[in-house]
Ligand binder design. Structure first.
Ligand SMILES: Nc1ncnc2c1ncn2[C@@H]1O[C@H](COP(=O)(O)OP(=O)(O)OP(=O)(O)O)[C@@H](O)[C@H]1O
Length: 310
């Protein structure tokens, strides 16, 4: 007797999780602050993916949510909703003990005000030593690591000085060394050059680049400084608590062998396929509520709905 072969349905391919191969993945991240009877939506569905080894800048107007994002990634603040993962840690569900471990080993955080990163009565060496002592690193390793970090950041000569005996740039570099003490995968820096003059901020920025390139630490730096954002490979712009656009820079080689940097701006599409069309584009073509979308061979067009009022 012949049997008819059964045609079984193919098992559905599971869509990989958003940013599954990235080191940092935030999806539809929301943070609502309640101040009295007023609710402030600091983050309103932010998406962000950062790959291991990248150095990115986060820019945006004052109040757009940059510091909120950084303090969530630092494990200091908790999101209200959405998803946020750094390395193997889910930032929404981690326990208090996980959070301590995460803050100690996975991320280093440099706060916005330089002084708030430092302890006035400790020397630079003692400050770098502190997080390692908390992590129970043996004394010999602590000494070696502190010397290595202060050297790598160009402040070896400041090892025995207290914060008041350091310049602003030196204080910031010591703060970066402290943040790197326990060999985190990620360094988060909130406006590290905000209080510095142009020359000093260039030095601090170059120290951050060295940390990224030489130590392989993934760096996320919040900045207002176009000099800083212009020098990283990717700049993410936040507007009203959402990722609005990204600028990607790459080095191109011309026919004569000379190199130059090409910066291209991209709109960011979320997982549901939503893209924000910039206001000046919308106004230029009077794009309003309804638009015509057409799929072409290698692009999609958006046209005004000229029959809209018919
Ligand atoms: N603890 C808080 N309680 C209430 N509202 C807050 C709190 N922290 C931040 N906010 C509000 O959330 C919004 C985003 O603030 P956030 O500090 O993240 O912005 P920012 O982009 O870092 O600004 P800046 O560039 O000025 O530092 C602002 O409206 C701010 O007033």
């Amino acid at each position: 007797m012949s049997t008819t072969p059964l045609s079984l349905p193919q098992p559905s391919q599971k869509t990989p999780e958003f940013g599954h191969d990235a080191l940092i993945a935030c999806e539809s991240l929301v943070r609502i602050y309640q101040s009295g009877s007023v609710e402030v939506q600091a983050l309103q569905g932010l998406d962000l993916v950062v790959n291991s080894g990248e150095m990115i800048a986060v820019v945006g107007a004052s109040g757009s949510g940059k510091s909120t994002l950084l303090s969530i990634l630092a494990g200091i603040d908790a999101p209200t909703a959405g998803r946020a993962r750094v390395d193997r840690w889910n930032l929404l569900t981690m326990s208090r003990a996980d959070r301590v471990h995460y803050r100690r080993h996975t991320v280093g955080y440099v706060r916005q005000q330089t002084a708030s990163n430092l302890v006035p009565y400790l020397t630079s060496r003692q400050m770098v030593d502190l997080p390692m002592t908390a992590a129970r690193t043996p004394a010999r390793d602590r000494r070696a690591r502190a010397a290595e970090l202060l050297g790598a950041l160009g402040v070896a000569q400041c090892a025995d000085r207290r914060p008041a005996q350091l310049s602003g740039g030196q204080q910031m570099r010591v703060a970066i060394a402290v943040a790197l003490a326990n060999e985190p995968h990620v360094l988060l820096a909130d406006e590290p050059t905000g209080e510095l003059d142009t020359a000093t901020s260039a030095e601090v920025f170059s120290a951050l680049r060295d940390v990224n390139r030489q130590l392989g630490v993934t760096v996320v730096v919040v900045t207002h400084d176009p000099e800083v954002s212009g020098q990283v490979e990717r700049t993410v712009a936040i507007r009203d608590g959402r990722t609005s656009s990204e600028v990607v820079r790459r080095t191109a080689t011309a026919a004569d062998g000379g190199t130059h940097v090409i910066a291209e701006e991209y709109a960011v599409m979320d997982r549901a396929g939503r893209v924000q069309v910039p206001r000046d584009y919308r106004e230029a073509l009077a794009l309003t509520r309804r638009v015509r979308l057409a799929l072409e061979a290698d692009h999609v067009t958006i046209r005004p709905d000229l029959d809209g009022d018919a």
